[in-house]
Write a protein that binds this ligand. Structure first.
Ligand code: UDP
Length: 242
């Protein structure tokens, strides 16, 4: 239930969350991060299987979308801003590169993932990459076997919501270590294939608007889920007598 997602929502700063994730990496612990926007949460409300993943004690939900941050404030939490998937992915790659840890990348088109692999290899070393696969026509079982064999420290899955989180959830128990994050379209941005919104849009919390203007096909999905999200948040607020 939507209310439960907010009960476990991370509300600290992005910098503190990055530290926590990097510490987990250094200590070879397991961490499953869901970078949520209103759409993510509404898929959870409508899909019991995904609802379980969002409510699971294994997963941590961080507020990627500004809609989630605003809703959290409305519900009386004190969020310290967004924790974005794209910046988390960049930070984990950097930390792995600087500390000799290894990353596995799964998702996005072949040309996108190849460009990202080249960028990471050139910036750090090819050894940082435990393995990688594009996100089209792959056998997920084979990929799990590969991850079990390679034992990477970070597993970034860029297949879009909710597929990436459902997959991580299936894998999570079968691995002894790893920072697992579903990162949506982050590989497209980190490989420089797609531009992230200019900093001004990010600062003004209008990154969502930039994405819709650039990809108008997103509008329908975005509009429907955000309207429903607002309605649900209003209901919860009423129930809480706020
Ligand atoms: N993708 C993929 N396999 C698929 C469908 C999508 O690898 O079958 C990739 C796609 O190339 C893109 C990412 O998944 O890199 C999804 O990006 P999007 O921005 O749509 O993610 P979301 O809005 O779900 O965060």
């Amino acid at each position: 239930m939507l209310k439960d997602y907010f009960k476990k929502l991370y509300t600290g700063t992005q910098a503190d969350f990055f530290d926590r994730a990097c510490q987990a990496m250094d200590q070879e612990k397991k961490l499953f991060v869901i970078t949520a926007n209103p759409e993510t949460m509404m898929i959870g409300v409508q899909t019991p299987e995904f609802d379980q993943v969002l409510c699971s004690a294994h997963s941590v939900i961080v507020p990627d979308g500004i809609g989630v941050v605003k809703a959290a404030s409305t519900l009386g939490l004190e969020p310290h801003g967004r924790v974005t998937g794209v910046e988390l992915a960049a930070h984990l790659i950097q930390h792995a590169g600087e500390t000799g840890r290894r990353i596995y990348l799964y998702g996005a088109k072949e040309e996108v993932i190849s460009a990202l692999v080249k960028k990471i290899s050139d910036t750090y070393s090819p050894d940082v990459l435990a393995g990688y696969r594009n996100g089209y026509g792959q056998d997920d079982k084979e990929i799990l076997e590969e991850i079990c064999r390679l034992k990477p420290d970070v597993i970034l899955v860029a297949l879009g919501i909710p597929r990436q989180e459902l997959l991580i959830n299936q894998w999570f128990d079968q691995l002894d270590k790893g920072i697992f994050v579903g990162v949506g379209g982050s590989f497209d941005v980190l490989s420089d294939t797609k531009k992230r919104a200019p900093q001004l849009f990010v600062r003004l919390n209008l990154e969502w608007l930039y994405r819709i203007v650039k990809e108008p096909s997103r509008f329908g999905r975005f509009y429907r889920s955000n309207i429903r999200f607002l309605r649900e948040i209003r209901k919860i607020k009423k129930q809480m007598g706020k």
